[in-house]
Design a protein around this ligand. Structure first.
Ligand SMILES: [Zn+2]
Length: 281
């Protein structure tokens, strides 16, 4: 325990790796049980170990997790000997007896303890794979991955549907039939579907007359607040008189009083040229 009464980070790493002596483990566990701060830090340490352990067989472990782990490892130059469990526990509340060992104590340490290279900690991290904590974390991770997969699958379905709608609406080979009162001659007819909040507009027209060369139809959004008509795209009908304007760039939130169509010079205009040949309110 450090001067603030909490378990030192290094000890938490050892605890997570199950490398503390039985007595130290018991003391640490007792403290962690009633200290949210140390629990939080332990969770962080376990996260690092789990991420590192999980990526042992991958070529590029997450650099940040690896760096954080190895920094802790490098910081602790003296590796706890495996036989520390046989050492007496120092009196008092501290279970950090290991740290009270100075260089003078080195000869008393086991060979394994004194020469165990610090890289061995990475191996120990690998062993953490077997801990229940890691299993739980991986299970939770897998759960959240599965959840995300479901969401992605749903989004993919939505996107595919939207794509099909657009494809059907805009397919050059689509058959477009305008149904009118029987025996009435076909007249130019158009439908605008507009969502003011989103500024989205789909416009489709049938039976449009062919234009003179260098002329173009232009669609206008006529705002409800009386301000100037907003150009909403130009279009040419195909040989069967069909035309569409799909999602022209429009400002969001403009309430429309009406939509109109004019004939303009090729390239379109910023103000409508009268007369308005089609209008719908
Ligand atoms: Zn604490």
């Amino acid at each position: 325990m450090n001067t603030t009464g909490h378990i030192e980070r290094d000890d938490l790493v050892l605890f997570a790796m199950q490398l503390l002596s039985r007595e130290e483990t018991a003391l640490a566990a007792a403290h962690i049980e009633q200290c949210p701060e140390c629990r939080r830090e332990l969770a962080e340490v376990q996260g690092d170990l789990a991420i590192y352990a999980m990526t042992v067989d991958m070529q590029t472990p997450p650099a940040e997790a690896k760096e954080r782990l190895l920094k802790q490892v490098a910081h602790e130059k003296k590796i706890i000997p495996i036989d520390i469990a046989q050492e007496p526990v120092l009196p008092g509340p501290s279970f950090s007896g290991r740290r009270s060992l100075s260089d003078d104590d080195l000869p008393q340490r086991s060979f394994a303890g004194s020469v165990f290279p610090w890289l061995g900690w990475a191996l120990a991290a690998g062993l953490a794979v077997t801990t229940g904590n890691f299993y739980l974390q991986r299970t939770a991770l897998q759960g959240s991955i599965a959840e995300q997969k479901d969401q992605i699958a749903q989004l993919t379905v939505d996107a595919a549907t939207a794509h099909q709608v657009m494809e059907t609406l805009t397919d050059r080979n689509a058959m477009r039939v305008t149904l009118t009162k029987a025996q009435a001659a076909p007249v130019p007819q158009a439908r605008a579907t507009y969502v003011a909040d989103k500024g989205t507009l789909i416009f489709q027209a049938n039976n449009m007359e062919q234009l003179q060369p260098a002329k173009v139809y232009e669609l206008w959004l006529i705002p409800a607040n009386g301000s100037s008509p907003i150009p909403a795209g130009t279009f040419h009908p195909d040989e069967r008189g069909y035309a569409s304007v799909i999602m022209p760039p429009l400002p969001k939130g403009v309430q429309a009083k009406a939509f109109g169509v004019t004939i303009e010079n090729e390239g379109g205009s910023q103000t409508p040229t009268l007369p308005i040949i089609m209008v719908g309110t």
